[in-house]
Design a protein around this ligand. Structure first.
Ligand code: MN3
Length: 233
């Protein structure tokens, strides 16, 4: 999509939408779990074509993501977890029910995912680029490692670029709807970039060709968001 079309789109149909991304793009969420809202997509269903087709986006957002949101709220009902902020909830997720873990992760991971995709090409900031070079040797080496994690992950899950507590970046993959903020994963840190490798994320368009989906993903990464997540972590 050309930049002016994107701006026209944002300027019309989405102008009235709340700015839902700020909390999530720049910080680990500190709002109470029970206060979460279902976010608007920051672009139209067809905005990411040809990399992700409109039908996949529509089903993924209105069915899958919405269901995680609904089920997360249902699981929080009558639970003390409802009063916890998401950051603490994820940090102690091993003490929570499977429903809270799966649906809380499903709610939050998709939120991060929509935000780190964009129809408008942009580039990593100088600061993020420097951190990637330092942590992986080069940008190409990072891309290769992330792509391999996404392609080789067995079953449903996610691939991640994460900032560790020491500031060093690393790549990981998680099962189901787990994420790097959760105490149940081996490699913990602040999520900067994620890729959904559940079949529902690509099967309509790519069928079994996950490799192709992963390779094309790089054309729609929103590096502005990823850079902000790194710089404001
Ligand atoms: Mn998904």
């Amino acid at each position: 999509m050309k930049r002016r079309n994107f701006i026209a789109l944002v300027g019309t149909s989405l102008a009235a939408a709340p700015v839902w991304s700020n909390v999530y793009s720049t910080n680990i969420p500190v709002q109470k779990a029970i206060d979460i809202t279902f976010p608007k997509l920051p672009y139209a269903f067809n905005a990411l074509e040809p990399v992700i087709d409109a039908k996949t986006m529509e089903i993924h957002y209105t069915k899958h993501h919405q269901t995680y949101f609904n089920n997360f709220l249902a699981a929080l009902k009558d639970s003390p977890a409802a009063e916890m902020d998401l950051k603490d909830l994820f940090a102690g997720i091993s003490k929570q029910s499977t429903a809270i873990r799966n649906n809380g992760g499903g709610y939050y991971n998709h939120l991060l995912f929509w935000e780190n995709l964009s129809p408008v090409k942009n580039n990593p900031s100088v600061v993020l680029k420097g951190a990637i070079d330092q942590s992986f040797g080069s940008f190409d080496k990072f891309k290769e490692e992330f792509s391999n994690a996404a392609k080789k992950h067995f079953g449903s899950g996610w691939a991640w670029l994460v900032a560790g507590p020491d500031g060093k970046l690393f790549v990981s993959d998680t099962l189901n709807q787990d994420n790097p903020l959760m105490d149940v994963v081996d490699k913990k840190g602040t999520p900067l970039l994620c890729l959904d490798v559940w079949e529902h994320a690509y099967y309509l368009q790519y069928q079994n060709r996950r490799v192709e989906y992963v390779d094309k993903f790089w054309d729609i990464v929103n590096w502005d968001t990823v850079s902000k997540r790194y710089e404001n972590r």
